[in-house]
Design a protein around this ligand. Structure first.
Ligand SMILES: C[S@@+](CC[C@H](N)C(=O)[O-])C[C@H]1O[C@@H](n2cnc3c(N)ncnc32)[C@H](O)[C@@H]1O
Length: 243
């Protein structure tokens, strides 16, 4: 005699139940893995768009935090990246601070990507009616080594005398990319690095201006590295002894 098969409805319910258990379990395992690797729990999901682990790993591998100076972030959005920078500095370089520049006006950047979507639209979709400032404040609450500069980056002043690492992911209009490069370049310590998001991807005007800046400053640059998966360009400032 054939064994009776569970009815379709029961099969569907079992599958749904398994998915409901598997998702939180997966999230828990991911959080545990992150904690084991970085020594702190990750920020809330969706609060770091780029995946700042790529930046933290780069800093570690290249011993950037041994250089003099602080860390600068232009364009924090929900603050998950700020949180990761802050926690990493607390563990690896406790004297250093994170200087965060953001205008906290999601309508400000009207740059369009190749698919025709404005940055402002992307930010608004992501926030789903929440205020950027509220989300950022909640994600970064209690971080002692963070200095927030709420300003248009064209008007921002960074109080640090020297910078060892800067990550630029603010306004994507070419004049802003250029402005943000000069905002940090003169203060960047020899051997220090400025990294830009959106290199070689769907904002060709960002790629173009970065290529021009690299040509204009080639004498002062010791290396360029592209993380193709994350669309990040790392530009390292030459040490005088390497010239
Ligand atoms: C792409 S988001 C940053 C995402 C963040 N790096 C991450 O990965 O989670 C860009 C941010 O820059 C801010 N921004 C846009 N124009 C700016 C300007 N002129 N000055 C400062 N911040 C600006 C936006 O409000 C937004 O928060």
């Amino acid at each position: 005699m054939l064994k009776s098969q569970p009815p379709e409805e029961l099969k569907k319910r079992i599958a749904k139940g398994l998915v409901m258990v598997a998702r939180p379990l997966r999230r828990l395992l991911d959080r545990a893995w992150f904690w084991a690797k970085y020594g702190f729990l990750p920020p809330p999901e969706g609060s770091d768009l780029v995946g700042y682990e790529a930046l933290i790993d780069y800093m570690k591998e290249n011993r950037i935090l041994e250089l003099p100076g602080d860390v600068v972030e232009v364009g924090a959005f929900c603050g998950g990246g700020t949180y990761k920078f802050s926690k990493s500095l607390s563990r690896m370089a406790s004297g250093k601070r994170v200087h965060v520049i953001d205008c906290f006006e999601i309508e400000f950047d009207k740059t369009e990507c190749t698919a025709g979507t404005q940055m402002a639209q992307l930010y608004s979709r992501h926030l789903q009616g929440r205020s950027q400032k509220d989300v950022f404040s909640r994600v970064t609450v209690g971080l002692q080594n963070v200095e927030v500069i709420e300003a248009d980056s064209k008007c921002a002043k960074i109080s640090a005398n020297a910078i060892c690492f800067a990550f630029i992911d603010g306004n994507h209009a070419p004049e802003y990319v250029r402005n943000d490069f000069y905002l940090v370049w003169d203060k960047l310590a020899p051997g220090g690095v400025v990294a830009f998001h959106d290199y070689g991807y769907d904002l060709p005007q960002v790629t173009d201006v970065l290529d021009k800046l690299c040509t204009e400053h080639q004498e002062e640059i010791s290396s360029r590295l592209v993380n193709e998966e994350k669309h990040i360009l790392f530009i390292q400032k030459r040490c005088p002894r390497d010239r």
